[in-house]
Design a protein around this ligand. Structure first.
Ligand code: ADP
Ligand code: MG
Length: 316
């Protein structure tokens, strides 16, 4: 199938919004930013074998490509609006593209995000997405806003996706709830929106909790103390592994796409109300202290040494 037919196929299925003056089909899109709001922009790429296992279904790749981007907007407290999609495909496979769009557009529809443009090329399978959203001036949840004395919070549960990946690597069976967390992360967009104005700093956990909280510490010039026992785990994770493996998956595993954030120590009720309004759990896992990085302590008060701090490309 020629490139322009693939693009037509994409255009036929892309939803529109009133603020899209001109979408797919011209040299560029024309978009109306609401007056008085900041435009928030994020981009993330997924490469086969690096960001998803080679056997991943096209629909799951489509979902995840958009989910990881929406997660970045969520972490800014932004409301998503538009996205663009760059697809590099080894061959022009319409079935694969249809499946990809099933996942991608299902998530887009759930968040009222319009696909407004992109690029389609031949090459090794790679998917690059940008998302655009809005935030009220002064309300963005930035990494540099943590303050000493803040409480540290995490949404949802941690470690499921990392456990799924480890089981896949070991050619062991993967419990479906864990595989679901790896393939279909739920970006915490509603939570990010409701935390704007309550939380101080925020980041989405993509590379592992400690690695990502270290970024907040560096940007904010603070340290953190995290209680290992306070890290929330799903029932599926508790059943899948022992406490030692679980702690590693939770603290340094990647691909969680939960929001880690700091909030004033007396704002527990507001945080819990925001979480419940967004339909997501929030757990208080530690505090912001003077220092430079994150330190984790077990129930006995002994500092816990992580096997590594998180996932970084080009490590080792
Ligand atoms: P140009 O050569 O001017 O870059 P293209 O043929 O790449 O034009 O794209 C034509 C139109 O189709 C543009 O509006 C572009 O944004 C859109 N488009 C191309 N690929 C995609 C894609 N994968 N997803 C969404 N829109 C796309
Ligand atoms: Mg182009």
């Amino acid at each position: 199938m020629p490139e322009f037919e693939l693009i037509d196929r994409i255009r036929a299925r892309a939803a529109v919004r009133d603020d899209v003056i001109l979408g797919i089909g011209d040299d560029a899109a024309l978009l109306q930013v609401p007056p008085g709001r900041h435009l928030v922009v994020a981009m993330d790429t997924l490469n086969t074998g690096v960001h998803f296992p080679r056997d991943t279904a096209a629909a799951d790749i489509g979902w995840k490509a958009l989910a990881v981007n929406l997660s970045d907007l969520a972490a800014m407290g932004a409301e998503p609006a538009w996205c663009t999609l760059s697809l590099s495909l080894p061959e022009s496979d319409e079935d694969w593209v249809d499946g990809f769009l099933d996942g991608f557009l299902a998530l887009a529809a759930g968040h009222r995000v319009a696909l407004v443009g992109g690029d389609t090329t031949r090459g090794p399978l790679s998917v690059c997405v940008t998302v655009h959203g809005f935030v009220e001036p002064g309300r963005a949840l930035r990494r540099d806003a943590a303050r000493v004395g803040d409480a540290v919070w995490i949404s949802g549960t941690l470690g499921d996706a990392a456990a799924a990946l480890a089981l896949l690597d070991a050619a062991a069976p993967v419990p479906p709830p864990l595989r679901e967390r790896l393939d279909r992360p739920q970006p915490r967009v509603g939570l990010g929106r409701s935390l704007a104005g309550i939380a101080h700093a925020c980041i989405d956990v993509s590379d592992g909790l400690l690695a990502d909280l270290d970024h907040v510490c560096a940007a904010s010039g603070v340290g953190m103390r995290i209680a290992l026992d306070a890290l929330p785990a799903s029932e599926a994770l508790r059943e899948a592994c022992d406490a030692t493996a679980r702690a590693a998956f939770q603290a340094v595993g990647g691909d969680d796409y939960e929001l880690a954030f700091s909030a004033p120590a007396d704002a527990d009720a507001a945080v819990l109300a925001a979480a419940s309004a967004a339909g997501v759990a929030a757990s208080r896992i530690g505090e912001v202290v003077t220092g430079e990085r994150v330190r984790v302590f077990d129930a006995g008060g002994t500092e816990w040494q992580p096997p590594r701090r998180g996932y970084a490309h080009f490590d080792g």
